[in-house]
Design a protein. Structure first.
Length: 460
């Protein structure tokens, strides 16, 4: 189960394309796999050509022997395949015909007056990668490689308990419910410490009936300050088996042959990630300062509607068959005023980016946009057309210009570098829209409940 505070963090992260969830070893393996695939295709090409020649000869023989129908079917299939290939090529070619400027806000300067944007001052934090940070990353990878194994032993802290649950809120029948295939990790206290205590020492097949009186600060509002009666039937207890970190693990799970090489790759990966984070933080700060120096007066209704849809779409992941977007917003305590405020922030960002690009003659052509989309699609192993459809052209174009604007602000700013150990506590807090420099548009990685997600996307 996910705690409410953690869900809120997920929602913040979901507003924009997410931060980096791949480590250096995974990136290299992905690249090598792609290259191997290309090599294999190139190697197979002559065989395919030979096969085609043989097929053609077979078809000719078939025609001579009166088997023209089969040949016709094969010809039609070949034609269909060709048409599909041509369609795919056209879709990719179309990206180079995109005019990115068409997706900026036209006449944005009617709604925003730029203020000071040059010689802005900002602090850029630098990070030293420590041995502890390297070990934490290794531990994280070991955790990802772990396996769940059913056990006959009574459950203990750290085990995952799977169960079917019915519950009744005393004095309020409307809150009664039943959940199948529920689970908790003992020690995480998703339903509270007392709930975990009740499920400690159980085995598959056990049935329990108990009541818990929750405090007012219980994250589930319908249970807060209430006494809840539970009926539980345990279906399974599993333990997590984490692989041992040694040379055998490295050889079997990575491309490296020594612990030293592997650990050095982790260090380099972290250096790259923290460099991206540092750049993102300072450029986002500069953009916020430049926007604060600007004056905004209204907006196109069409832009507002588009931005509101983007904001609400980040909550749609929690919409199911039994609830609506309004139910989800209510669950998180999100009011109409909150939605309006976040929408207007996004509207102003789009307006500023568009006006700044016009004032500073920042341009992008179709080939640049195509390269931008293709590079990021390759990272995910997708074709460019599907990748663009998933993120939307409007978003990707805005992100491309966003990076161009922040780069120019950075180049003209007065930057003071400062070790991260001297950074204030709030430096670790994520903003609503966190997109950083990198070579790839990458998936978000939500660190934990105390840190909101770090979103990173690419500069061109």
């Amino acid at each position: 189960m996910i705690k409410r505070k953690y869900l809120a963090a997920c929602l913040v992260a979901a507003l924009f394309v997410a931060g980096c969830g791949s480590n250096s070893a995974e990136k290299k393996e992905t690249a090598e796999t792609t290259e191997e695939t290309k090599t294999a295709e190139a190697t197979d090409a002559p065989d395919q050509e030979s096969a085609s020649e043989e097929d053609a000869q077979d078809e000719t023989a078939a025609d001579d022997s009166g088997e023209a129908d089969d040949s016709t079917d094969e010809d039609e299939q070949d034609l269909t395949d060709t048409e599909e290939d041509e369609d795919t090529g056209l879709e990719e070619e179309d990206l180079s015909k995109v005019v990115p400027a068409d997706y900026l806000v036209q006449d944005a300067d009617k709604y925003v007056t730029l203020g000071e944007t040059k010689d802005l001052e900002a602090v850029q934090y630098t990070y030293e990668i420590t041995d502890d940070m390297v070990q934490d990353e290794i531990d994280s990878e070991l955790s990802e490689a772990s396996e769940e194994i059913s056990t006959d032993k009574p459950s203990v802290e750290g085990d995952t308990v799977y169960f079917t649950m019915t519950y009744k809120v005393e004095g309020d029948d409307s809150q009664d419910g039943e959940e199948e295939d529920s689970s908790v990790i003992l020690g995480q206290e998703d339903y509270g410490a007392e709930f975990d205590e009740k499920l400690t020492g159980v085995s598959a097949g056990d049935k329990l009936d108990f009541s818990i009186s929750y405090d007012e600060d219980m994250w589930m509002e319908e249970w807060a300050g209430q006494t809840v009666d539970f009926s539980i039937e345990v279906s399974d207890v599993v333990q997590v088996e984490v692989p041992e970190y040694n040379l055998d693990y490295v050889k079997e799970n990575t491309e490296y042959t020594t612990l030293e090489e592997y650990e050095q790759s982790i260090r380099e990966y972290l250096e790259e990630e923290y460099t991206s984070r540092s750049y993102y933080d300072v450029t986002e700060s500069l953009l916020e300062t430049a926007m604060a120096n600007a004056t905004f007066d209204g907006y196109p209704q069409e832009l507002y509607d588009q931005c509101k849809e983007e904001i609400l779409s980040s909550y749609s992941m929690f919409v199911g068959e039994d609830n609506t977007i309004d139910d989800v917003l209510e669950m998180f305590g999100i009011t109409d005023e909150d939605v309006q405020s976040e929408t207007e922030k996004l509207v102003n960002r789009y307006l500023f980016i568009s006006a700044y690009c016009k004032a500073n003659d920042i341009t992008a052509d179709g080939e640049e946009y195509k390269d931008y989309v293709t590079k990021n699609a390759d990272y995910y192993g997708e074709d460019a057309a599907s990748f663009e459809a998933g993120y939307t052209r409007e978003y990707l174009v805005e992100n491309l210009y966003d990076e161009k604007v922040k780069e120019l602000l950075y180049d003209s700013a007065k930057i003071t570098e400062k070790p991260s150990t001297e950074a204030p506590d709030e430096e670790a807090e994520a903003t609503d829209e966190e997109i950083g420099e990198g070579d790839d548009l990458m998936l978000d990685e939500i660190q934990d409940e105390e840190e909101l997600a770090q979103d990173e996307s690419v500069s061109e």
